[in-house]
Design a protein around this ligand. Structure first.
Ligand code: ATP
Length: 237
């Protein structure tokens, strides 16, 4: 928890829990995701931090690897990290899944005691107004935005789509303590490592027969090889 950060006047009650949620296709998970999560877990000291692979993503092509494999790759990549957990709720939910539905489930499971922080890259945030019931997100969670090489800088808010600028005008904070001062609705831009790694790049390298070493954990590279993921013409997207 925030016990060792000096958040004057802000403290979780004994019952409250601070939960980090990192949603994504994870097709496959890579060091860009993992390093960001590690740095956030270090600074923000979540009680729990979940990786939540999407089942059938609503706003993009079907993933290159089946959901079972994507979840397995997350599981292998985080297996030696005691702070990280895989949450398969979206993988197991039939049909297209939404973040709003998952966040509501978390609140029900924690009996209203959870403060939820949903992590996303700047590229994802730029399209958030296309998400199902996107404005409802701010009643359910805080957002933690991480900058990403190649994407516009979220700190330059005037570059954001106007709908997002209007909705978010009063939500920005550079103080992580606001994530516990408020129950939801804040947007914190975190300063984390800028690693120019993407799942698309990894899939492209595999398709081209090139090495993907050092872009993701060795154990996950081995899993991809063993299961011959992303090499088939139709599989690759
Ligand atoms: P793809 O290339 O297939 O679009 P991706 O690398 O963006 O995949 P996702 O699983 O789609 O990976 O991303 C999940 C979340 O992680 C998104 O919010 C995305 O912005 C963020 N993210 C992905 N890669 C990075 C990175 N290198 N640095 C920071 N954030 C990242």
């Amino acid at each position: 928890m925030y016990a060792d950060l000096s958040c004057s006047g802000a403290r979780l009650t004994k019952e409250q829990v601070l939960i980090g949620i990192y949603g994504g296709t994870f097709d496959p998970i890579h060091y860009g995701h993992l390093r960001v999560a590690e740095e956030l877990a270090d600074t923000i000291r979540f009680d729990q931090f979940f990786f939540v692979p999407a089942g059938e993503p609503r706003l993009r092509d079907s993933p290159g690897a089946a959901k079972y494999h994507r979840a397995q790759m997350v599981s292998l990549s985080i297996k030696n990290n005691t702070r990280f957990f895989l949450d398969e709720r979206e993988i197991n939910r039939p049909g297209v899944s939404t973040t709003v539905a998952s966040l509501k489930e978390y609140h029900a499971e924690y009996d209203g005691r959870a403060i939820l922080c949903f992590v996303m890259g700047a590229d994802t945030f730029l399209k958030i107004h296309y998400w199902h019931c996107w404005q409802e997100l701010f009643q359910l969670c805080h957002l933690i935005i991480v900058e990403r090489p190649g994407s516009i800088q979220v700190v330059n808010r005037s570059d954001l789509p106007q709908k997002i600028q209007i909705e978010c005008a009063s939500r920005w904070t550079s103080d992580p303590c606001d994530l516990i001062r408020q129950y939801s609705g804040m947007i914190y831009i975190a300063q984390t490592a800028l690693l120019d790694i993407s799942a698309t790049q990894i899939r492209n390298l595999i398709a081209a027969g090139r090495s993907i070493r050092y872009l993701l954990p060795d154990i996950t590279v081995d899993y991809i090889k063993t299961h011959d993921l992303y090499s088939g013409e139709n599989e690759f997207r």
